[in-house]
Ligand binder design. Structure first.
Ligand code: SF4
Length: 453
């Protein structure tokens, strides 16, 4: 029997799909590369924005219309929050809420489930591996559905996480990204160790690897955690994705975000004190319903003051079941215009941050190689852009194609999340120290520091 997987949304969803795939294969199923080949089609849905909803519902409609014989299984946040809508579109679908997602392969095979907090043994088609160590959120940000869709706060045991990471290092993965809905809320159910404690143990593992965090809530940044991460040296990526959402205290209050702009800045200071020019990225929502032009101007000014390495800009999206849903939305043209102004700011900050790396040597993980000049111009859909659909995430990697750079054939990712391209052909999945010689847009180019692998 063949299974096809459609995944929409966040890193946690992507890790869960990888784990489900491995479980199905362990039960004798094969994976299909297109829905048309599949006996079973599994949709791991997302509902974080209306675009994610639309993406999922359109896929379900298409599957029902063009592959009526396929068994349709829908899970994820829409299956948890709005199962009736799925059954309207696909009356025959099997709907599994997030809480039952890991049981799917076993239930379909008619055997007792073997759940292991979505552990993975690899990450097909990727040079980097992603693992899930935490789930759930108990904050109540006014615009967000996640606490309703992932309400149970839980963590993987430290022992299981360490075994999984050891296994991935053994499988040749050099970079492992720790994922969770609220990574900073990690707490081992056996030892009560927190994220700092777990990281201390991970840094004690043998092998040539580095760890990256998917994201941290600002409140989860502490002097203690930063000191432990600093102690990891090159085994920890100097990259932090800290959702900000707004720079105006009035808007932050309206959103129910648990910090002020001043407190947020203090968190950046902790990170800048412990890491040399770390890659600091932030999510910002454009066009929150109560946001005035003056408050938006505060956000622009605050974002500039933070001097981020890059932004992920999201247009406000009304979500049924959230407090913000009841608010009168701003006119769409205002929302679009504010998102555009943030993106312009973002492009400038990415270029400045990339330029600030000139002359420095960065540890780069080679992601891909191609023909001569393969990495000239716009680079679509790098491994680094999960939310490509519907979201307004940061710009694509753009390498200005001029005569000098025409020959570039290797692309990598620096520890601070900068895209780096090289002329030399270097094996994907290997680390190389690169001296940064040039920048274009928000990306860098350079040459390997001798000796290289
Ligand atoms: S912290 Fe806020 S925005 Fe993030 S998942 Fe929780 S409720 Fe949603």
């Amino acid at each position: 029997m063949k299974v096809y997987f459609k995944t929409v949304g966040c890193r946690v969803n992507q890790v869960e799909t990888q784990s489900l795939t491995e479980k199905f294969v362990s039960l004798g199923y094969e994976t299909a590369s297109v829905p048309g080949e599949a006996d079973i089609v599994v949709v791991n849905s997302c509902s974080v924005t209306e675009y994610a909803d639309r993406d999922t519902f359109n896929f379900i409609k298409r599957t029902v219309a063009s592959h009526p014989k396929a068994r349709l299984v829908v899970t994820g946040c829409i299956a948890t929050l709005n199962p009736q809508k799925i059954l309207e579109l696909a009356p025959g679908a099997a709907v599994f809420p997030n809480a039952d997602k890991e049981k799917i392969p076993y239930q379909l095979a008619g055997i007792p489930p073997k759940e292991n907090f979505f552990s993975v043994g690899g990450f097909s088609g990727h040079t980097r591996a992603f693992i899930k160590i935490q789930d759930g959120c108990n904050l109540k940000c006014s615009y967000c559905l996640v606490p309703s869709a992932r309400s149970e706060i839980k963590s993987k045991t430290a022992a299981a996480a360490l075994a999984e990471i050891k296994n991935l290092i053994g499988a040749g993965f050099k970079e492992i990204v720790l994922c969770g809905t609220r990574l900073g809320m990690y707490k081992c159910p056996e030892t009560a160790k927190g994220l700092a404690g777990l990281m201390g143990e991970i840094f004690g593992l043998s092998g040539d690897f580095r760890i990256r965090f998917s994201s941290l809530e600002p409140g989860e940044v502490s002097e203690e955690l930063a000191a432990v991460l600093k102690g990891g040296g090159e085994r920890f990526c100097d990259y932090f994705h800290l959702p900000l959402q707004a720079g105006s205290d009035a808007v932050l209050k309206a959103m129910g975000r648990p910090y002020t702009s001043g407190e947020y800045l203090k968190k950046l200071d902790i990170l800048r004190k412990n890491f040399k020019e770390p890659g600091l990225f932030a999510d910002v929502i454009a066009g929150y319903p109560t946001e005035t032009e003056e408050q938006f101007a505060e956000t622009l000014a605050f974002v500039e003051e933070c001097f981020f390495a890059g932004l992920h800009v999201f247009r406000f999206s009304r979500r049924p079941g959230t407090r913000a849903y009841a608010l009168k939305p701003l006119p769409p043209e205002i929302v679009r215009e504010r998102a555009e102004r943030l993106r312009v700011l973002d492009a400038g900050m990415r270029a400045s941050y990339a330029a600030s790396m000139c002359g420095r040597s960065l540890k780069v993980l080679v992601l891909r190689t191609g023909r001569k000049g393969a990495f000239d111009g716009e680079i679509p859909d790098l491994e680094t852009r999960p939310h490509a659909k519907g979201g307004d995430c940061g710009p694509k990697a753009v390498f200005a194609a001029d005569s000098e750079n025409k020959s570039r054939q290797t692309l990598g990712l620096a520890s601070n999340f900068l895209n780096v391209s090289l002329k030399e052909k270097i094996q994907p999945g290997s680390f190389v120290k690169v001296r940064i010689l040039g920048v274009s847009g928000g990306s860098c180019s350079g040459e390997p520091v001798q000796p290289w692998p």
